[in-house]
Design a protein around this ligand. Structure first.
Ligand code: DUC
Ligand code: ZN
Ligand code: ZN
Length: 470
């Protein structure tokens, strides 16, 4: 039998829904993967499947703007596939992941995008897209590829100012890149660490025989981040290219962004759960290598200033920088920190951690939490209002959460393709019950009920009015 033209094929009933106007007890009518009606409880036309959200909060499916799937960087490649990473994301309430197309040695950004598209096709449980990445140098040929890539729906371009010979470009190349992107509707993502500061500090540690993981943060001081953030803010002033600073770790970085906002500059920043929750003293523990990421996690004072930056809007997003290394990879060079793989798994734990450390502790209200994890990443990446909000016409990407559910984070209970989590043994309060991507339930009560291949490649276009709303 054909479907009636007016009836929803799915109704989410009885929940407290995070609309842009605030939390409201409403039902959601969904048809063909989109929200078609928002109505008073019990008032929507009946038809199709019903998801009971009684006692739950209904949030927009989270958008993770910073995920590395199967990242090959130097000696190590992270362990997960697109299927594994996207399913772990769904377990964590995330319905869109944006990965990086990093060119291999003989590849251009165009080659990397085409390869990445093939690798992900038919694999993902949730929707996905890619950031273009410029790696190692910026020849004319590469610059010429960017405007067509932006026009095709890949308007965000990543640059690293560190990891020499692997991916780094020079700071002058960052400036040129920004001038090109500004003229074509693009946005730059910057991994902000000044290579020369770090390289000298690493050399000093090594020559003093200080090579345990405890010296990782010593080799990457806060000034390495702040130096590059300052330079790139200067380029934003010159070029007006929008900037997304990834994984800000220092307490002073949000304050630099705040000063830039006062001048009307289009600069935006994320931090990640590890920088809000973990402490640099972990590097001196027996298993310090497990926490090695770059930039490193920092002091209690830095964490307090990052939380403040989220609350006062100096920072706009919390994404994960998910890098799924396992213990074997992490321990191989545990006596020589410069050779350790950098990065932490986290695509599955973001919402639990923020509900626990942010919402339950009174640092973030639910509206701000939704902005930081869904609406703002969608706005910045050119996905809003299709993603990141619960509104008529938006994709029916939803996460149903139980704010009272408590438990303990254990790697054994997670679905990330690794054998550890940096948050092992941490109590949580607030958890995902159901994740729905475009009207299809992907995860329900800890079970995978979705379909590999349901996730679609998203083409994106940056809307400068949405950036202005951040
Ligand atoms: N930082 C990490 O910690 N991992 C991957 C790349 C990066 O920039
Ligand atoms: Zn980075
Ligand atoms: Zn990253």
């Amino acid at each position: 039998m054909g479907k009636s033209a007016d009836l929803p094929d799915l109704t989410v009933r009885g929940g407290l829904v995070a609309l842009e106007s605030g939390l409201q007890a409403v039902d959601l009518g969904i048809r063909d993967g989109r929200i078609v009606a928002i109505g008073e409880p019990g008032m929507l036309p009946r038809g199709g499947e019903v998801v009971d959200a009684k006692g739950l909060h209904v949030l927009p499916g989270l958008v993770d703007a910073h995920v590395h799937v199967n990242l090959a960087l130097g000696e190590f490649t992270t362990r997960d596939s697109f299927a594994e990473a996207s399913l772990a994301a769904a377990y964590g309430g995330t319905t869109t992941i944006v990965d990086f197309a990093v060119p291999g040695e003989k590849e251009t950004p165009r080659d990397a995008i085409e390869r990445r598209k093939e690798e992900a096709a038919g694999e993902c449980y949730v929707d996905y897209s890619f950031h273009v990445t410029v790696a190692r140098s910026l020849p004319e040929e590469v610059l010429a590829q960017l405007p067509p890539l932006i026009a095709e729906g890949f308007p965000t371009v990543k640059a690293f100012t560190v990891y020499r010979d692997l991916v780094m470009i020079e700071i002058g190349e960052v400036r040129t890149l920004m001038a090109t992107l500004a003229g074509h509707g693009g946005l730059i993502l910057v991994h902000a660490e000044t290579a020369s500061i770090i390289e000298r500090a690493i050399a000093q540690c090594v020559s003093a025989g200080e090579t345990s993981p405890a010296y990782h943060p010593v080799s990457r001081p806060p000034i390495a981040e702040l130096d590059t953030v300052r330079s790139v803010i200067g380029f934003a002033e010159e070029t007006r290219c929008p900037v997304f600073f990834v994984h800000l770790s220092t307490g002073a970085a949000p304050e630099l962004l705040r000063d830039a906002h006062a001048k009307g500059l289009p600069v935006y920043g994320e931090t990640c759960p590890q920088y809000l929750i973990l402490d640099e003293s972990l590097y001196a523990e027996d298993d310090g290598e497990r926490f090695v990421c770059s930039p490193p996690v920092r002091s209690h004072g830095d964490r307090l200033r990052l939380w403040k930056g989220l609350a006062n809007r100096s920072l706009q997003m919390v994404n994960t920088d998910h890098c799924c290394y396992d213990t074997k990879q992490k321990t191989l060079h545990r006596d020589f920190f410069p050779d350790l793989p950098n990065g932490l798994p986290g695509v599955e734990t973001r919402l639990r951690l923020l509900l626990t450390e942010g919402y339950a502790k009174g640092r973030l209200d639910l509206r701000r939490l939704v902005e930081l994890t869904a609406a703002n990443p969608a706005r910045l990446l050119g996905l809003y209002p299709r993603k990141g909000t619960i509104a008529v016409g938006s994709d029916a990407d939803l996460v149903l959460v139980d704010l009272a559910r408590e438990g303990t984070i254990r790697a054994a209970d997670l679905h990330q393709a690794t054998d550890y989590t940096p948050y092992e043994g941490r109590p949580y309060k607030g958890d995902v019950v159901t994740t729905i991507c475009r009207g299809v339930t992907v995860v329900h009560e800890g079970r995978s009920v979705g379909r590999r291949g349901h996730g679609r490649l998203l083409h994106r276009k940056i809307d400068h009015r949405e950036l202005a709303a951040l």
